[in-house]
Design a protein around this ligand. Structure first.
Ligand code: F3S
Length: 298
């Protein structure tokens, strides 16, 4: 039985940067809260809370005199303005890749262009991007794009700037780009899927194609982990999605010759290690008992 970890898995640099910023704030002893959960990982959030960084849901809930950490998904412009007006110290952990999208849609609007954001309408990153342009439209996928184009005849002729949620899958985005290029007469496309996402998706696909089973580690709320699981399912007969090692039942994997592990961008190394160690111990036990059986049978 072999156990392999995908070449790229776990924390991306944007998430790592956000967590380090929060840890530094906690170590400095300053009164500090995070606005919303810093990243999509309940275990990491619980750890930060234990270090004294609690989370608040709304900008109005930030206690007076406290610094506030903006999560890696970013926030709408209005949230920054409100916090500034209240005199809060802002520790901005917005991933630079996400900030770049804010800039693109804000400039598009200044230039009279219609921003089209391809992504999950409910995802905090997407809601934040939409909050940097007043007339932006959020479309979940190629079908939604098609419906929007059909809604008003003039939509096809509008000056459109199209961007993507950073964690979209390449295949979904390519379909949207193809459709928009075919239909729209004044289109600017910015491929804003992040490099870390692409690397994790490609590495997971490569490993899934060579494995009898895949373990995908990541929080249930994590969009990029969900995409990893979907991509693996298309290539591997058995995919198990877990948040922590305790959820794993290794006996479900008996008889699988090769097992792969991948993890979403908000999964810390210590959870990956927890799963890897649990599986390694189990494999060792299986192999030892198999060797014993073999010996007895001879
Ligand atoms: Fe940033 Fe990409 Fe991670 S956008 S937060 S580096 S998945």
């Amino acid at each position: 039985m072999s156990l392999r970890l995908a070449e790229h898995a776990g924390f991306c640099y944007g998430v790592k940067r956000a967590v380090e910023l929060a840890e530094q704030a906690a170590a400095s002893g300053k009164k500090c809260v995070m606005l919303g959960h810093l990243i999509h990982n309940d275990s990491v959030i619980a750890r930060l809370e234990a270090m004294g960084i609690s989370s608040v849901e709304r900008p109005g809930d930030v206690p007076e005199g406290a610094a506030v950490i903006i999560r890696s998904h970013g926030e709408p412009r209005a949230v920054f303005e409100l916090l500034e007006s209240r005199g809060a110290e802002i520790l901005d952990a917005t991933c630079p890749n996400v900030s770049q999208i804010h800039k693109i849609v804000a400039e598009a609007e200044q230039n009279g262009r219609q921003s089209v954001i391809i992504g999950s309408p409910e995802h905090p990153e997407v809601r934040a991007i939409a909050g940097w342009c007043r007339r932006g439209v959020v479309l979940a996928d190629c079908e939604a794009l098609e419906r929007w184009l059909d809604e008003e005849p003039e939509n096809r002729a509008k000056p459109i700037t199209m961007v993507s949620q950073t964690t979209s899958t390449r295949a979904d985005w390519d379909l949207c780009v193809e459709k928009a290029k075919k239909e729209c007469t004044n289109l600017k496309v910015f491929d804003t899927i992040c490099g870390a996402t692409c690397k994790r998706q490609r590495a997971a696909q490569a490993l899934a194609a060579e494995s009898n089973a895949m373990i995908v580690i990541g929080d249930r709320k994590s969009a990029n982990t969900r995409h990893l699981a979907e991509l693996c399912r298309a290539l591997c007969p058995m995919v198990i999605w877990i948040e922590r090692g305790a959820e794993l039942e290794p006996s479900n994997l008996y008889g699988k010759a090769s097992i792969g592990i991948t993890a979403g961008a908000s999964t810390p190394g210590w959870i990956i290690k927890e799963v890897y160690d649990k599986m390694s111990d189990e494999i060792m036990e299986i192999e030892e008992s198999f060797a014993e059986l073999l010996e007895k049978s001879i």
